[in-house]
Design a protein around this ligand. Structure first.
Ligand code: ATP
Length: 503
């Protein structure tokens, strides 16, 4: 697993997907740049989301609010007072950690132990195995699960009540060691605010303290009435937005999983008070289906229903994904009640209410939110698509089996040799197809090497122009995953590719 993760990081760099930020100056921790192929993949993921959320829902519209917002926004939202992570330092190694993450990782290990018991039993009993019954009755599995629940419960109440010494005591009681050095010599736990501050204005005296937004959601809330009125929207309706968010994360070691500058894709769905649970269930279900539509494997997703809730929520669940370092949050679905709109009413003195013509009354709508990290989606897709395959002849190939709709380049056109007019003909095909798709032209190296390069970039099709093409206008089209080659007419290419890659 660790090797897989290393491969993901090095492949992403070698093939122009992701580079460390300002690398010539040795990089900036937890900040990354997307290269020539990464930017295309990222754009395609964003579009895939936008299409599913905005284009396919008549009652959802888009928004692009600014990153900088009036500072009172963050007072109202609770971020100034409560957007903190509990941090702890190791006195020997001087390394800093998130106390909650240390404890969660400990619990994940218990989880893995339970899973091992389940897997063993599965093997032993075969088809007759009843997993639900086993989980409910096997003494060891029951014990692991109960232990986890107890630990997470104690952590949550320590964090919630502000009794951070309880959280430290828990870490010591569990014997949690510095993951890098094994030392158990911990400092106190302290709260650390994650927002990046900045200043607006030219002179020091008049400058206004601002924050870079830590989430895109608040831009939606403060525009709720603008959109509702100008778009004559009727509850229930949604506002969707993608954009950058910034958090001064303490732990920043998991590549693009946890970044200090990242992109979110969020949708706030405004509903009648009392109807929120219905829509909460609807969006949990709908969002999971969206993830599954990418074909990365059902077994790689699971729900995690929150028992302890944030100050603004009355129900919350994560969709977790099986990343190279285990199951972790990919998306959050939150029933946020009327907390945000009411808070903005209080702090602004303006009414943020909706007149419901059917009920003939005014109210502050309740909100169900779906929030997914674009970079985390990128990592999920990229890491599950990267494969080392052993072929029939014993050789190996690296293939990035991306969902074709998301692939940065849809087809590469390759002249078999660099002479006899084949390059011109290949270029003509590129010039024709590029109106519809990203296509690449490649004439360097033997054709087998070129196939391998396109496999590693995730290109679903290679189109090879050879001497027969000069005679009958046919080319070979090679499929990335099966490596099968078909002979087809040039005129068929557009339809063939389109069938596979259109969203
Ligand atoms: P975590 O517990 O992993 O820090 P969170 O619960 O704080 O995440 P939310 O505030 O619910 O996350 O943000 C919604 C989504 O934004 C997350 O599900 C995740 O996909 C993404 N996200 C949050 N923080 C980061 C980050 N630092 N880097 C990349 N993506 C992030």
């Amino acid at each position: 697993q660790e090797d897989l993760f290393k491969n993901v990081i090095s492949h992403a760099k070698e093939y122009g997907f992701i580079f460390p930020s300002s690398e010539v100056y040795d990089g900036l921790s937890a900040v990354y740049d997307y290269g020539q192929n990464g930017v295309e993949l990222k754009k395609n993921i964003r579009e895939y989301w936008w299409k599913a959320m905005v284009q396919m829902h008549e009652n959802i519209v888009g928004l692009d609010a600014a990153i900088l917002m009036h500072p009172t926004t963050w007072k109202a939202s609770g971020h100034v007072d409560a957007f903190n992570d509990p941090l702890i330092d190791n006195k020997d190694s001087k390394k800093r950690y998130r106390a909650d993450v240390l404890i969660e990782d400990y619990c994940e290990k218990l989880n893995q132990k339970a899973q091992k018991e389940i897997d063993k039993a599965k093997e032993r009993f075969g088809d007759a195995f009843d997993e639900a019954q086993f989980v409910a009755t096997n003494a060891r599995v029951v014990e692991y699960k109960a232990r986890q629940k107890e630990i997470l419960g104690r952590m949550a109440s320590g964090l919630e009540s502000g009794n951070l010494e309880d959280v430290k005591a828990l870490i010591e009681e569990l014997g949690i060691a510095d993951p890098e050095t094994g030392s158990k010599n911990w400092t106190e736990v302290r709260q650390f605010n994650l927002m990046f501050g900045t200043k607006l204005g030219a002179s020091a005296e008049n400058a206004m303290d601002l924050y870079l937004r830590p989430e895109t959601a608040q831009g939606i809330f403060v525009n709720f009435l603008n959109v509702q009125k100008s778009g004559r929207m009727k509850v229930p309706f949604g506002i969707a937005q993608t954009g950058k968010a910034f958090r001064n994360e303490i732990v920043a070691r998991q590549f693009i999983f946890r970044m200090r500058e990242f992109e979110q894709m969020e949708m706030q769905f405004f509903v009648r008070p009392g109807e929120e649970m219905k829509y909460y269930e609807y969006w949990k279900d709908t969002r999971l289906k969206w993830h599954l539509s990418l074909g990365l494997g059902k077994e790689n997703y699971r729900f995690h229903d929150h028992e302890k809730l944030a100050h603004y929520a009355n129900a919350a669940a994560d969709i977790e994904f099986n990343f190279p370092f285990g199951f972790k949050e990919l998306e959050g679905i939150h029933s946020r009640t009327d907390f945000d709109l009411k808070a903005h009413e209080q702090h602004s003195g303006r009414k943020l209410q909706y007149f419901d013509p059917e009920l003939n009354e005014n109210y502050v709508p309740y909100v169900v939110e779906t929030s997914v990290g674009l970079d985390r989606m990128f990592l999920a897709i990229f890491s599950k698509s990267l494969k080392e395959e052993t072929l029939e002849d014993g050789s190996t190939r690296t293939v990035l089996a991306l969902p074709a709709v998301l692939a940065p380049t849809k087809a590469a056109v390759l002249p078999l040799v660099k002479k006899d007019g084949l390059p011109d003909l290949a270029q003509k095909i590129v010039d024709d197809l590029k109106w519809d798709f990203n296509v690449a032209y490649d004439e360097k190296d033997a054709v087998g090497r070129r196939y391998r390069r396109q496999d590693a970039l995730g290109t679903p099709f290679c189109i090879t122009v050879d001497h027969q093409t000069l005679e009958d206008n046919t080319v070979t089209i090679r499929h990335r995953d099966s490596m099968k080659q078909d002979r087809v007419d040039i005129a068929q290419l557009r339809t063939l590719i389109n069938d596979e890659v259109s969203m």
